[in-house]
Ligand binder design. Structure first.
Ligand code: FE2
Length: 301
């Protein structure tokens, strides 16, 4: 197993990201898409709290949408988060009534998370693999741990934009160590909510944090962004055009975003993150996702 070449490593460190085309086999892509459709078709709606998900910049909105039990306890489960725009306007005469979807549920989901890498066989196979372990070794990880895996659906017309952010804001370690593994399960080009990457912005470092609110110990029931601004330079922006099966490695400190899906095709992607679990790196107790059971999955021993 080769891991990354010296040229690929140099490119990753220079730009803060690296595209590896044809990383997944057609069989792996099909297995993951079939699994995604199965999950979307079969999850029960009647018992769902109709939680939305947004990583928008408004802390109040964010808190309202994601700061609940369903989200905060999803780190070791497979759960379903709706697009904010998938709901009909609430009835002002009945403020406590259950929200109504404007689309069939399988077309209304923003993402599925956050432990596909342990609970779903096809996603586990492309997450906890030898090939990924070799890449982690190339990147210098000593005890890489996999966490926060999810399918991002980006359904046509409704798939919302993800504003500029750094993944280490969500999965902060001291010192920062997060790297995102982002797989295109379908083609992701311009106009179809592809990734926008700010070349070299990893050198700026983490400017804000997404944390559990409500207590110093991180036991609060809400989440939100602490103060801090993410400003990318337009001249550094590269909008990626990647084909299904590509892997994009994303430095945890690199600023990136994706646009709303204005196209007529869905853009399914799968992503998980790796952090350093070795001594000398501390996983922050205010991160939204906290370890349960035996802790985060080891990529290798
Ligand atoms: Fe991200």
């Amino acid at each position: 197993m080769p891991g990354l070449t010296p040229e690929q490593l140099t490119s990753f460190h220079q730009n803060g990201y690296l595209v590896l085309p044809d990383y997944l086999t057609p069989t792996e892509i099909t297995a993951c898409l079939t699994e995604t459709h199965h999950l979307l078709d079969t999850f029960p709606l009647d018992t769902h709290p109709l939680t939305q998900f947004t990583t928008g910049d408004n802390p109040t909105t964010t808190t309202q949408h994601v700061g609940d039990e369903y989200f905060l306890t999803s780190g070791d489960k497979i759960r379903f988060f709706f697009e904010p725009d998938a709901f009909a306007p609430s009835d002002p005469t009945s403020p406590t009534s259950r929200p109504t979807l404007t689309k069939p549920k399988h077309l209304a989901i923003n993402k599925i998370g956050h432990s596909l890498h342990t609970l779903s066989a096809p996603f586990r196979a492309i997450s906890l693999s030898e090939k990924n372990a070799e890449i982690a070794k190339s990147l210098g990880f000593k005890d890489p741990r996999v966490l926060q895996s999810m399918v991002i659906c980006k359904q046509p017309g409704i798939g919302g934009a993800v504003p500029s952010h750094r993944d280490s804001e969500f999965l902060y370690t001291d010192p920062p160590s997060a790297v995102g593994w982002w797989f295109a399960l379908q083609d992701a080009g311009s106009g179809n909510a592809s990734l926008g990457m700010y070349r070299g912005s990893q050198r700026v470092g983490v400017k804000r944090r997404f944390v559990r609110l409500g207590s110093e110990e991180g036991t609060g029931t809400g989440t939100g962004f602490e103060a801090g601004e993410n400003v990318g330079r337009e001249e550094d922006l590269e909008v990626l055009d990647v084909k299904a099966g590509s892997l994009v490695l994303i430095h945890g400190n690199v600023l990136h975003k994706s646009e709303r899906n204005t196209g007529d095709r869905s853009r399914f992607a799968y992503t998980f993150h790796v952090i350093e679990g070795a001594e000398g790196w501390t996983y922050d107790e205010r991160n939204w996702l906290q370890p349960t059971g035996e802790g985060f999955s080891r990529l290798y021993q």
